[in-house]
Design a protein. Structure first.
Length: 195
């Protein structure tokens, strides 16, 4: 009997040990899940940081596209103005030559030279007006460049700060990034609509 009682006790001890191992495993799983939930609730604000990074990246992309567009307008208007001024100079030279010819010629040749000089003078005024209009358009497009450049730089720095914030988990960096991002968006709006 002694042998049978020992077996029952060993079997009972093994079951108790096994049940204790299962309880310990369940307790460990529960603690891990609870720790994960706690960590997630502590770091849930990082979702907002990620969304802010996306919004800042979109704003930066829009700003870069618009800055490129204004830069192209500046270059095109400058090129057209330069061409128009060159054409103006050519007309001016032709006018001077026609005036010299009118002084030296007589009769019908002199009358044609005077008509040519008058025509060149009128064409010069039209070309001057056109060139000045193109220069005004160039200058207006160029005004957008500095605020847009500042906006893009501020937005890029803001994105970098927010990215570092996600790594270091420091809310102060998020606040700094948000402030700089707001400044960048303000300059972006100013550069696009209020210049």
């Amino acid at each position: 009997m002694n042998a049978g009682g020992t077996d029952d006790r060993a079997s009972s001890d093994a079951r108790a040990s096994s049940e204790e191992d299962v309880r310990e495993l369940v307790r460990s799983i529960h603690q891990d899940r609870q720790a994960a939930k706690d960590k997630e609730s502590r770091e849930s604000w990082t979702r907002y940081v990620s969304l802010m990074i996306v919004a800042l990246a979109v704003a930066t992309g829009i700003g870069a596209l618009k800055a490129g567009s204004f830069s192209s307008r500046v270059m095109l208007a400058q090129s057209q103005a330069s061409d128009t001024w060159a054409f103006y100079q050519a007309k001016s030279i032709k006018q001077r030559l026609a005036e010299i010819e009118a002084r030296q010629a007589t009769g019908e040749q002199a009358a044609e030279a005077v008509a040519d000089a008058t025509r060149y003078r009128a064409e010069e005024k039209d070309l001057q007006t056109k060139a000045e209009r193109l220069e005004t358009a160039r200058d207006a497009a160029a005004l957008h460049g500095p605020p847009l450049a500042f906006a893009i730089a501020a937005l890029q720095i803001s994105i970098a700060l927010a990215s570092v914030c996600l790594i270091t988990k420091r809310r102060a960096m998020w606040a700094a990034s948000a402030v700089l991002g707001t400044v960048g968006v303000g300059y972006l709006l100013f550069g696009l609509y209020f210049v």
